[in-house]
Write a protein that binds this ligand. Structure first.
Ligand SMILES: Cc1cc2nc3c(=O)[nH]c(=O)nc-3n(C[C@H](O)[C@H](O)[C@H](O)COP(=O)(O)O)c2cc1C
Ligand code: SF4
Ligand code: SF4
Length: 255
């Protein structure tokens, strides 16, 4: 079965999880990376293909920017694997929300997963994940999806609440130190256009979604979150969410 991967992935961990699932399910994969793609052209995915869609969890939700970009993909009762990747705190309502969005777009969720990766704001939380244990879980998940797709499947129960959690804001923004060489990589790759090519050390606070991409793409490691508010939040997160969480998966009922 041909697989279509579709993901929003600012610091590349969601991309990595989605690609690992796809690799275990199909030899023929077409990828749509919507992190930096604001196209509004509709993409129709037929019922004999499989969509594997992934988003990171932002404040317990699907990132608002990803919601807009996902809605141009249209299924025709097309099976979908829906995946939220989160930084070892919790996924809250994000998997349910993603399932709801894709259902509205014409997809049928065959399986869902909440997989853990390094936290993109507080990298000591979930550090170095996904790791070998996570990839073993991903392989087992894909094998079960493959079995389910051989027959007919029905509804799926996914945890979460409707209405979804109301996200809270975090008053931190990344900026660059004197190590900045002015290369412009952060400005070119920022999904929201919050960094100007002319003065890339700064950030447009109104546009920045704190996704962390400018930090991971900076070749001189000049860019990061600075300040006392960030340090205090990091200390709290590092201690509150140090314990390793396990990946969770859900499957549609067989008919
Ligand atoms: C703005 C923002 C909010 C986040 N909120 C959560 C959260 O609610 N729960 C959690 O466990 N991780 C949270 N994270 C961490 C990301 O979900 C996690 O690092 C994910 O792997 C990032 O995916 P990416 O590498 O594809 O960007 C948040 C990260 C960002 C940038
Ligand atoms: S400036 Fe903000 S939105 Fe842009 S890449 Fe950096 S963290 Fe993401
Ligand atoms: S990627 Fe780093 S070095 Fe390049 S312009 Fe941005 S902050 Fe400066």
């Amino acid at each position: 079965m041909k697989a279509i991967t579709l993901y929003f992935s600012a610091t590349y961990t969601t991309k990595c999880v989605v690609e690992a699932i796809a690799k275990n399910l199909s030899n023929e994969v077409t990828a749509y990376d919507i992190t930096n793609d604001s196209s509004t052209d509709e993409v129709a995915i037929p019922s004999d293909e499989l969509l594997i869609v992934g988003v990171p969890v932002y404040a317990g939700r699907v990132p608002a920017m990803a919601v807009e970009r996902l809605r141009r993909f249209r299924g025709n009762n097309t099976p979908a694997v829906v995946v939220a990747v989160y930084g070892n705190r919790h996924y809250d309502d994000a998997v349910l929300e993603l399932h709801d969005i894709m259902t509205e777009c014409g997809f049928r969720t065959v399986a869902a997963g909440a997989f853990i990766a390094q936290h993109s704001i507080f990298p000591k939380v979930g550090a170095s994940r996904p790791d070998a244990e996570d990839f073993a879980d991903i392989k087992a998940f894909a094998e079960r999806v493959s079995e389910l797709l051989k027959g007919d499947f029905g509804d799926i129960q996914i945890p979460g609440n409707r209405p979804y959690k109301v996200p809270g804001g975090i008053p931190i923004w990344p900026t660059a130190s004197r190590k900045c060489s002015g290369c412009g990589a952060c400005a070119r790759l920022c999904p929201t256009g919050a960094i100007s090519l002319e003065s890339p050390k700064g950030v447009d606070k109104a546009k920045c979604i704190k996704c962390g991409r400018c930090i991971v793409v900076c070749p001189t490691k000049a860019r990061r979150f600075y300040g006392i508010k960030y340090s205090l939040a990091a200390a709290r997160f590092n201690s509150a969410f140090a314990a390793r969480r396990v990946n969770e998966t859900w499957f549609a009922k067989t008919r």
